[in-house]
Design a protein around this ligand. Structure first.
Ligand SMILES: C[S@@+](CC[C@H](N)C(=O)[O-])C[C@H]1O[C@@H](n2cnc3c(N)ncnc32)[C@H](O)[C@@H]1O
Length: 213
């Protein structure tokens, strides 16, 4: 099963499953100090819109993209706002927004499903303006090393299914970003209560040069 098919099958259950990583990510995004007011946001891999709803409540305009129609359908139902545009598509391909048109790009719990980070990060760099910010929050690589990854039990089945994933080290995130003209501005490794190993890797990045400076 590919990533897209897995999320199509997971979509109906995704919001209600016990999922401490989803819940911590949701909480961390709201505390991440993102520059939302008056901003134009691109959310890559928006899923069921759990975070799109929050982003839309604070920013001027949000474009939210995902390739799973099942996840998007739920997002569209959750967020009915004229300031949000949902797009169906693969985030490893060209994003449907102009160069330098965004103040903020948000990518959360998506990059473990992407083999080539550079392709996605290059799109983030392209659409960000010179003062823009890329916020990334992903399952921490340490957790991947102890065997954690996105998984779900389909309706009517007893068997857990694994969603295909790739492992990326912290240095791979940072060097892939540097390779496309982004620099690291901040990093955190939050845990949920009782976690021995960090659950999330949060990265704040910005363009490494301002073309008009
Ligand atoms: C774990 S969910 C996270 C959803 C949301 N960002 C959140 O934090 O709640 C991962 C999402 O990434 C999407 N995704 C994974 N690979 C993708 C790709 N190449 N193009 C578009 N969406 C992708 C999946 O369809 C799924 O909706």
């Amino acid at each position: 099963m590919g990533v897209k098919e897995a999320y199509d099958r997971w979509a109906r259950l995704y919001d209600d499953n016990d999922n401490r990583t989803r819940d911590l990510n949701r909480q961390c995004l709201r505390q991440a100090g993102l520059p939302l007011t008056g901003g134009r946001v691109f959310e890559a891999g928006c899923g069921t819109g759990l975070n799109t709803e929050y982003l839309a409540g604070h920013a001027d305009h949000v474009v939210a993209m995902d390739f799973s129609e099942g996840m998007l359908e739920r997002a569209r139902r959750r967020v009915e706002s004229s300031s949000v545009r949902f797009e169906s598509g693969d985030i490893t391909q060209a994003w449907p927004v102009e160069d330098a048109s965004c103040d903020l790009v948000v990518i959360t719990l998506v990059l473990e499903h992407i083999d080539n980070l550079g392709r996605v990060l290059a799109q983030a760099r392209r659409v960000l303006n010179g003062n823009g910010l890329l916020y990334v929050a992903e399952l921490h690589p340490y957790r991947q090393l102890i065997g954690k990854q996105a998984r779900f039990t389909p309706e009517g089945s007893e068997r857990e299914e694994l969603v295909p994933t790739w492992r990326h080290s912290i240095s791979e995130y940072v060097s892939s970003a540097m390779g496309v003209g982004l620099v690291l501005r901040g990093m955190a490794e939050p845990r949920a209560e009782g976690d021995e190993v960090p659950r999330l890797l949060q990265l704040w990045m910005s363009p490494s040069f301002k073309p008009d400076a």
